[in-house]
Design a protein around this ligand. Structure first.
Ligand SMILES: *Cc1c(COP(=O)(O)O)cnc(C)c1O
Length: 353
């Protein structure tokens, strides 16, 4: 037996590593990234701004300026506090670290895979409650499970990844009210959604909101935020590593995220493209397309593996759920700009003839 095999926790040995496929020179529609890059007219002043960053110093530990930038960008009310993470993934991990031995994380299935992975990393239990056939929360089953297993943390992706729908608002409120858990409403896709729980945070002591800049054009910055009541954020902040948001991320965000109007305009382009792509996909007989409030579409196909391989061979990368227990033969495609969406449509039309 190798050293690492006898040294490493057996449950970690059994975990399947989060797989990031090779994507060089491909049209990348697998990870809900934005197609929009730094605008031409900002490149020069951005570089000047970056050059002033003091890389010999540790980052601003509290990242006060960045917090204010995000407050302005997302209209976060003054009575709520912000906890910054190296991506919202880090904040999911931080919330798990706040739990105790034997505690359980609850979410719905299918949803964002990191909730369960991070539960495993941190030696917590995980329970997923199945969504119903319309990918809606099964409220009776969820409330019964909460009652029975008394979870410590509940994650609700709103809208949900990978199904794309935003769950019934009242169901989420009932879950928050019925539970002693901290309920985390994960709004990674807020920019593409019609609704938000931001205005509810101050109403519920046992609720916090997660957001990220990853899905609005800045996945490379690795910057997420938890929005919560000051007392909650104050305690959770003790678990944050002191300089978790690096200087280049802080500087880049402080410069680029001030462009609130352009960021909103880019999101609007994606929302319009989502509508167009949806209609075009519905018109392909072989496909079933699910409605989405996010920057991706879930699509049921006759043979997801075959489609995935065909697209890959033709330079288009999507997410394949062929072997997922509840999403058999489904794929997920990021909504991109018109030219990338057209490239996808052209391949699909040729595949389904
Ligand atoms: C993409 C995604 C995240 C991860 O965001 P990062 O800030 O890039 O870590 C979190 N939650 C959901 C539901 C996501 O889809």
């Amino acid at each position: 037996m190798s050293f690492i095999n006898q040294w490493l926790r057996s449950d970690i040995q059994e975990i399947q590593a989060y797989h990031v496929p090779k994507s060089q020179n491909m049209i990348k529609l697998d990870a809900m990234e934005s197609p929009f890059i730094v605008p031409e007219d900002l490149i020069e002043p951005y570089l000047v701004y970056l050059a002033e960053a003091e890389l010999n110093r540790y980052p601003d530990a509290g990242a006060e300026e960045l917090q204010q930038t995000l407050r302005n960008l997302m209209d976060i009310p003054e009575d709520l506090d912000i906890l910054l993470g190296n991506g919202s993934d880090e904040l999911i991990q931080l919330l798990a670290l706040a739990c105790g031995t034997g505690d359980t994380i609850l979410s719905v299935e299918p949803s964002f895979v990191m909730y369960e992975m991070i539960a495993k990393f941190t030696r917590l239990n995980y329970k997923g409650v199945m969504l119903d056939e319309n990918f809606e929360i099964d409220l009776d089953a969820t409330l019964a499970t909460i009652e029975k297993i008394q979870p410590k943390l509940i994650f609700i992706s709103y809208p949900n990844n990978p199904t794309g729908n935003a769950f019934d608002r009242d169901s989420i409120k009932k879950i928050i009210k019925a539970s002693d858990a901290l309920v985390v409403v994960d709004e990674a896709y807020y920019a593409y959604a019609k609704d938000s729980f931001l205005s509810e945070v101050s109403n519920y002591p046992n609720m916090v909101l997660l957001r990220t800049v990853s899905k609005i054009g800045f996945a490379g910055l690795r910057l997420g935020l938890l929005i919560g009541n000051p007392e909650t954020v104050g305690h959770l902040d003790k678990l944050r590593l002191p300089y978790n948001i690096n200087t280049l991320t802080q500087a880049s965000a402080n410069f680029l995220l001030k462009e609130k109007d352009r960021i909103a305009a880019n999101a609007q382009v994606i929302i319009e493209e989502r509508g167009r792509l949806f209609k075009e996909l519905v018109a392909i007989q072989a496909l079933t397309v699910y409605p989405s409030d996010a920057n991706f579409l879930l699509v049921k196909t006759p043979d997801a593996n075959a489609l995935f391989e065909f697209l890959k061979d033709n330079g288009v990368l999507i997410k394949n759920f062929a072997s997922h227990p509840q999403l058999s033969n489904c794929v997920r495609v990021t909504v991109s700009n018109a030219s990338e969406n057209n490239a996808l449509l052209q391949q699909l039309k040729s595949f389904y003839g």
